[in-house]
Unconditional design. Structure first.
Length: 315
């Protein structure tokens, strides 16, 4: 709704890991290069770990794109599987039908992997949100890593998840799979400058620029988001909506503070509007219940005025 108001072609702060908006920050570059090299060198197991909202799925989407034409990829998002179904799910991703027994399925899969390897290709299994997998499911995945020739692992496996995944792997009964993790890469929150660069990249990809946000607004988003890209997206989207409802040409620090309050995020690290060098907005002085009604009324007024201007001969 606010895209035309801010001269944007499309939504810059969407909720899906759209590869067009993927910004390869130094740590994203490192994670992507590490995983790609592990696959290319047939290391077997690789682990990508980090708190939620840092862009792990975006890295995996970019990895899948890099592997196009180079490998056959089975990507399992949100794998809510158990030890009995994980094999079937991987089989189906590769276009195979499981056999009647586990032993027969393993033989069938080994023959498939060997054929692919002899053709000069690689098979890759990527499991996102792997912190939800229990020990037995992880053990079933580990068994697949045993398929190999004297010179190479036939199946490359990437596990990606939140820190709880690493905690699970530290358990004594997970030692066998932990020993097979040849590559581990971790992700961390963005710095303040990283948030600024991240926002600029997404806005430019949408046809806009960072100038839509005042410097104070960008600083406020960096502070409240704690450098988590998902939080940056949510805050930016809501702040844009508030600025649009008030018919403002830019998002200010006060708009961000208001968005943070509406989302239940802490605003302790966000200075008052005056310390940003910006005038206080009436929005910041209206109680939340009245403020919501006022914003709705403002949106309605903008739409009515737009309709009048469209059909009235004055213009």
């Amino acid at each position: 709704m606010y895209h035309a108001h801010f001269h944007l072609r499309e939504e810059p702060f969407g909720v899906t890991p759209d590869p067009r908006f993927f910004q390869r920050t130094p740590q994203h570059d490192e994670a992507l290069a590490t995983l790609f090299c592990a696959i290319e060198q047939r290391r077997g197991f690789a682990l990508l770990v980090g708190p939620p909202g840092l862009g792990k799925s975006s890295v995996l989407f970019a990895l899948v794109q890099m592997l196009q034409g180079k490998a056959r990829v089975a990507y399992l998002a949100n794998p809510c599987y158990d030890a009995a179904t994980i094999m079937e799910s991987i089989f189906l991703r590769f276009g195979l039908q499981p056999a009647e027994s586990t032993a027969a399925s393993h033989r069938l899969f080994y023959q498939f992997l060997l054929k692919i390897h002899q053709a000069g290709e690689t098979c890759v299994v990527i499991l996102d949100e792997a912190q939800d997998l229990d020990r037995d499911t992880l053990e079933a995945i580990r068994m697949l890593s045993n398929f190999e020739t004297p010179g190479a692992k036939l199946l490359q496996i990437v596990l990606a998840g939140q820190p709880a995944l690493q905690e699970t792997l530290q358990r004594p009964d997970c030692e066998q799979i932990r020993q097979r993790l040849n590559t581990v890469t971790r992700m961390h929150p963005l710095t303040r400058e990283g948030v600024r660069s991240y926002m600029a990249h997404r806005l430019e990809a949408s046809g806009g620029s960072l100038s839509i946000f005042t410097p104070a607004a960008v600083d406020a988003i960096a502070a409240v988001s704690a450098g988590v890209p998902r939080n940056v997206n949510t805050l930016s989207y809501n702040a844009l909506a508030i600025a649009f409802a008030l018919n403002r040409p830019q998002v200010t620090g006060a708009h961000v503070a208001e968005a943070a309050r509406d989302l239940g995020l802490t605003t302790q690290r966000v200075p008052a509007a005056e310390s940003f060098g910006e005038p206080n907005l009436l929005l910041a002085q209206v109680p939340p219940t009245s403020r919501a009604a006022w914003i709705a009324a403002g949106v309605g007024l903008i739409l009515v005025v737009s309709a009048i201007m469209q059909f009235h001969p004055w213009h």
